[in-house]
Design a protein around this ligand. Structure first.
Ligand code: NAP
Length: 324
């Protein structure tokens, strides 16, 4: 598996198993079709395999489909190009999917990435790209598919958000902003599209280390210019994040299972929390008072954490600067 190799390995035996299960699970008259963005790695790839194993037709879209070696071996999987920043490629992928399978029942807007770094160090162009992929890309793919969903009188749209679409973390301000925007868009759209019998769902994964997400975030962070005044804050934040990493036990398969459930449970449930690690923080965010929640987060990252560190340090020779 390209980049990340987190799911099923590369055995021909496994792919044959997926193909066999797929043939067994649905007859051609009951076969449903899903279109997924960003299936080259991570959740998108494992979700494509999950739907295929359940007998679905899968339009597995990627930016560089010519490099795909696994999904192309499966009988009812169409691997085709779709870059969410390229509207022509969106239209072409939809046309190819409709031509091959005759319809699309479920759209999974999965493609996305996370900018990591201090806001002040992050160029405007990078923030623009973050929104182009995580927000405007989702809007463009959704808008392109809606006429088809309206025509067939049904459809399900599943947007892959994040815990960072419900609570925020420092050094991820651009990513959080994009996922908050995605959540607001999805929730508002769900009211509109109920009138068309189209259901909108949001899947919120927490941290899953086995995808290519961290690798890309690291690359993005490596392109920013550090600012010395933030050094102590960054070191503290990195230490908090390192502590959180030990709680990240979920796999791409867990997330793919939740995506599959969202597609098939027949409900109009809006949000699905996909991994255990974020449930305590989500509960604090959603079930405690604003003051209590913000106080808790500031204690971890903000002003009170800063003053705790300052108090723990020996008195400085100079009393004029707090800079490291
Ligand atoms: P991943 O392995 O990096 O997968 C991201 C996918 O998005 C890749 O296939 C990538 O394709 C694709 N992509 C990026 N930019 C694109 C574009 N312009 N057009 C089309 N595809 C594009 O990461 P992942 O963890 O599976 O992430 C999938 C989704 O889950 C993202 O929306 C992410 O924000 C969300 N999420 C991830 C985590 C986590 O901890 N892993 C947690 C919460 C939410 P290329 O190979 O071409 O780059």
């Amino acid at each position: 598996m390209r980049n990340g190799g987190d799911c099923f390995g590369n055995s021909e035996g496994y792919l044959e198993w997926v193909a066999t299960l797929g043939r067994r699970n649905m007859t051609s008259s009951t076969k449903k079709t899903v279109l997924i963005t960003g299936t080259s790695t991570g959740f998108g790839k494992v979700a494509a395999l999950r739907f295929a194993a359940a007998g679905w037709n899968v339009v597995a879209t990627q930016r560089s489909p010519q490099t795909e070696t696994e999904l192309v071996t499966l009988p009812d999987v169409l691997v085709t190009r779709l870059d969410v920043q390229d509207r022509v490629s969106i239209d072409q992928a939809l046309e190819a999917g409709l031509a091959r399978f005759g319809g699309i029942d479920v759209l999974v807007n999965n493609a996305g990435f996370g900018l990591f770094g201090v806001f002040e160090s992050t160029p405007r162009e990078k923030l623009q790209e973050q929104f182009d992929v995580n927000v405007f890309g989702v809007m463009d793919v959704t808008r392109a598919l809606l006429p088809h969903f309206r025509k067939q009188g049904a459809g399900v749209i599943i947007n892959i958000s994040s815990g960072a679409g419900a609570f925020t973390l420092p050094m991820l301000s651009g990513y959080c902003a994009s996922k908050f925007a995605l959540e607001g868009f999805s929730e508002a759209l769900s009211y509109e599209l109920a009138s068309q019998n189209v259901v909108v769902k949001i899947v919120e994964p927490g941290g899953v280390v086995s995808t290519s997400f961290g690798q890309r975030s690291g690359t993005e962070a490596g392109q920013t210019t550090p600012i010395a005044d933030y050094e102590s804050f960054v070191a503290h934040t990195q230490a908090v994040f390192a502590g959180l990493r030990s709680a990240r036990l979920a796999t791409s398969e867990d997330v793919a299972e939740v995506i599959f459930r969202a597609a098939t449970d027949g409900s109009d449930q809006l949000r699905y929390v996909a991994t255990e690690d974020i449930k305590p923080l989500l509960q604090r965010r959603r079930e405690t008072s604003e003051a209590e929640y913000i106080g808790f987060m500031r204690g971890r990252f903000g002003a009170s954490a800063e003053s705790e560190r300052a108090n723990a340090q020996p008195p400085a020779a100079s009393n004029t600067s707090t800079a490291p």
